[in-house]
Design a protein around this ligand. Structure first.
Ligand code: FAD
Length: 554
């Protein structure tokens, strides 16, 4: 039996650790904001607990555009500070987690009546590169019409005036969250998924913990903590309401939708960011065998737990792509998957969804509850630093303690400990040799390294257990086992959606992988018949949901 607190097999032990002590800090919410806070606080020496009501990264942090970016469009809103901060942060994330952050050339076509002309694009991108601290050799390149068309022959020609090529970084948002969570756990944080804060606990009017529902065992328990941070993303106001402090500034949720099509249906040569006739801009991003398209930005007032892709969202994105790439003519039947996420933005009177600031803010309630909202995936580390500085200051003055200063910029995330940034290819070949099997391709190993970095070694060892030859099946079983033991996977939706992204990017693979893994997980977790039926139903629900817009009325 392993003692890893992120192992599903030691869940009972993790719960007893959560109930048997008073923590310095309890974090509610296991998205990027909560994970970043847990790592920052634990690495400074605080005793930290984190609870997540669904799976880690269940919320917005698995439903973004998956870019580690400086947010070029925020320059248009004159948010220079935000561009500078997130631009510099992306270099730090790239250094600390090179397995899940990949440099990507982004093409920005300049078109007639577009939102950016040639001079503004050149100026804007230079400022972007400068603010983000990009190496001069990697600064943007301005392109003629001819060169732009050569870079991307599918682009519409009649309105094209030229283009620009600049550097962005692509990531896997949910994997970034889990690697941060694992690193937080290595630093002593106790993190539990499927554990919902149903109410807050108070002592002399000050928040002092939470009553928690265990959604796996259907039990409940209490966690005691000196400080509580609400990092519940789109649910931040729900927690503020539980604290009776939902006054003043409130959230304004906006929905963003992404669609996935097979690569051959939209075979672009590199990512592009282009104008949509309504004045917004959207991305098309190739990734392995697919290309994904996004995003929309519309005010959202329905169920936070289950944002849906509507026919209107699909029509908006397909019209935009078909306009800019006129030989493509995608239809909704070309879509193989999709996702919808909610931006937890802060309401500003009179501003529409796309005009709302992406800056983060901290609300402090009379009970001492700290709520963090807004922000970007890319800026998670600085957001964490700001709020943990507040907590450290409060604890220091109340208790005469002293904590280290933030040093998360120096902490390599789990799986990111390659000898140097260019060592990934070397590591891939080494693992290929270790696997020593003609049934495995370099591509199989590379896919694992893109997800688990240097932890891939552990997966290969698991696949070789009992001296067996490594096969695609044994590698898949080993990957699931690793995720159960070290990444808190509790069911196959966690595995296929947030640990591997396969429901979005390789949905067709699930037709053979799901039945294999279904038997495996049922045996490993010793599910009863009713648990088997429940989990099978939950999987089918998610499997169908990515194409459910085909049956909607709007
Ligand atoms: P979440 O990820 O939603 O996490 C909050 C968590 O709290 C949830 O998992 C939820 O289950 C949990 N929770 C709620 N209530 C409770 C409770 N009572 N008890 C316990 N847990 C609870 N940013 C970028 O940098 N790059 C991008 O490319 C990008 N693209 C985006 C595209 C879209 C469409 C959207 C919507 C956002 C995008 N963003 C991007 C922004 C970024 O994704 C978000 O800012 C970020 O993911 C928010 O993370 P979070 O942790 O605050 O919220």
């Amino acid at each position: 039996m392993t003692t890893n607190t992120l192992s599903v097999f030691s869940r009972k032990n993790t719960i007893s650790l959560l109930t048997s002590q008073t923590f310095d800090l309890l974090v509610i919410g296991g998205g990027i904001t909560g994970a970043g806070i847990a790592l920052d606080a634990a690495s400074r020496g605080m005793k930290v607990a984190l609870i997540e009501k669904n799976d880690f990264a269940f919320g917005t942090s698995s439903r973004s555009t998956k870019l580690i970016h400086g947010g070029l469009r925020y320059l248009k809103q004159l948010e220079f500070g935000l561009v500078k901060e997130v631009g510099r942060e992306r270099a730090i994330v790239y250094k600390n987690a090179p397995h899940i952050v990949h440099a990507e050339n982004m093409l920005l076509p300049i078109v007639e009546n577009g939102s950016l002309g040639r001079t503004t694009t050149a100026l804007g991108l230079s400022m972007y590169d400068w603010l983000a601290g990009v190496r001069f050799s990697e600064w943007k390149q301005m392109l003629t019409k001819f060169a732009t068309k050569k870079k991307e022959p599918l682009l519409r020609e009649d309105i094209l005036k030229g283009g620009a090529l600049y550097k962005e970084y692509r990531t896997d948002d949910a994997r970034l969250v889990i690697e941060i969570m694992k690193t937080a756990a290595q630093n002593g944080a106790i993190c539990l998924n499927y554990a919902e804060a149903v109410s807050l606990v108070y002592q002399e009017g000050q928040v002092a913990g939470a009553e928690v529902k265990d959604k796996i065992e259907d039990g409940s328990f209490a966690i005691k903590a000196k400080k509580v941070i609400n990092a519940a993303g789109p649910w931040v106001d729900e927690i503020r309401a539980k604290d009776n402090s939902l006054k003043g500034k409130k959230l304004h949720l906006t929905k963003g939708v992404h669609l996935v099509v097979p690569y051959e249906k939209l075979p672009i040569q590199q990512s592009a960011y282009f104008d949509v006739p309504d004045g917004r801009m959207i991305f098309v991003i190739p990734r392995g065998k697919i290309t994904y398209i996004g995003t929309t930005d519309t005010s959202y007032y329905d169920s936070i737990d289950d944002p849906q892709v509507s026919k209107t969202d699909v029509a908006y994105l397909l019209t935009a792509v078909n306009y800019m790439f006129p030989t493509i003519q995608l239809t909704s039947h070309d879509i193989t998957s999709s996702w919808a996420g909610l931006r937890p933005l802060i309401h500003e009177e009179g501003k529409g969804p796309s005009e709302l600031s992406r800056k983060d803010e901290i609300f402090v309630s009379p009970s001492g509850l700290l709520s963090m909202a807004g922000g970007k995936l890319t800026g998670y580390r600085k957001m964490a630093e700001r709020v943990v500085d507040m907590v450290a200051g409060q604890l220091e003055s109340a208790e005469g303690l002293s904590y280290k200063k933030c040093f998360t910029d120096e902490i390599t995330l789990s799986g990111g400990d390659f000898k140097h940034l260019d060592a990934i290819d070397e590591f891939t070949e080494l693992q290929m040799m270790k696997a020593a099997s003609e049934k495995i391709t370099l591509g199989d190993i590379r896919n694992l390294i893109d997800r688990y970095g240097t932890n891939t070694e552990k997966i290969i060892l698991l696949a070789q257990k009992d001296g067996k030859q490594v096969t695609p099946e044994s590698l898949l079983f080993a990957e699931l086992q690793y995720c159960l033991e070290e990444e808190a996977v509790t069911n196959l939706n966690d595995f296929f959606i947030r640990r591997t992204g396969k429901l979005y990017f390789e949905r067709e693979q699930l037709t053979w992988e799901y039945p294999l893994l279904k038997n495996k997980i049922e045996t490993l977790l010793q599910w009863s018949d009713s648990q088997k039926a429940f989990n099978a139903q939950e999987f089918e629900k998610e499997y169908d949901a990515v194409l459910s817009f085909l049956n909607h009325h709007n």
